[in-house]
Design a protein around this ligand. Structure first.
Ligand code: AMP
Length: 197
């Protein structure tokens, strides 16, 4: 390359990217990084806001590492993330395991041929979509989302995955709201959540 370009590279004010070994953070510490906002998006809902955890490099890293522990043992072929906060956790998990990532999206966002499912939320109803060619029969799938509340969203996602002939071998959340009983709607023994609220 030319001397000028080389000179410009050396003078770059940014240090080269490097990976940092971040300290471990336990579940109680992780819980303290999630902000609680009462009456959002509707009166009576206690909203667990994960953005405060995401902006903290140590906490975000520790959350992904903790979610990876059970997922590694489940030996998935592919990670399915649920729009939109499931993407934030699902994509780095897929990357860490060297796997592909498949998005389950809200109605009207996926451009190809899709299958759909309607499901109930803690605060409303919704439709989820999955590309018809996103999974193949027999694939081992781990589903990732941020918070398990009533379990409706992930129950709908399981239906989509199974409609394509794939098998759900794991379901991973950052946090769980046990008072809402979502876990009882899901298959036994394959659900993991790092933070119980
Ligand atoms: P559910 O289908 O009731 O389990 O709801 C799960 C989805 O809604 C997750 O994707 C969460 O992001 C979101 N959600 C539901 N309730 C809450 C809550 N109280 N705090 C934060 N997120 C929530």
């Amino acid at each position: 390359c030319s001397p000028q370009r080389d000179e410009g590279w050396r003078r770059s004010p940014r240090p080269p990217p490097r990976s940092r070994k971040l300290p471990q953070v336990n579940p109680e510490q992780l819980a303290s990084k999630v902000r609680t906002i009462p009456d959002f998006p509707k009166p009576g809902i206690i909203f667990r806001d994960i953005t405060t955890l995401l902006q903290d490099a140590e906490a975000f890293n520790a959350a992904i590492e903790a979610m990876l522990v059970p997922i590694r043992a489940q030996k998935p072929d592919v990670i399915v993330g649920i729009e939109s906060r499931g993407f934030i956790f699902g994509a780095p998990i897929a990357h860490a395991l060297g796997l592909g990532f498949v998005p389950v999206r809200k109605l009207g966002k996926l451009p190809g041929e899709t299958i759909t499912v309607e499901y109930e939320l803690e605060y409303g109803k919704n439709v989820l979509e999955l590309h018809r060619d996103a999974l193949t029969p027999g694939q081992r799938v781990v589903i990732v989302d941020d918070v398990l509340a009533t379990g409706g969203t992930v129950a709908g996602t399981i239906r989509l995955v199974e409609q394509l002939g794939a098998t759900v071998v794991g379901i991973s959340f950052l946090a769980e709201l046990p008072a809402l009983g979502g876990r009882s709607r899901l298959p036994e023994g394959i659900v993991s959540a790092i933070i119980p609220f």
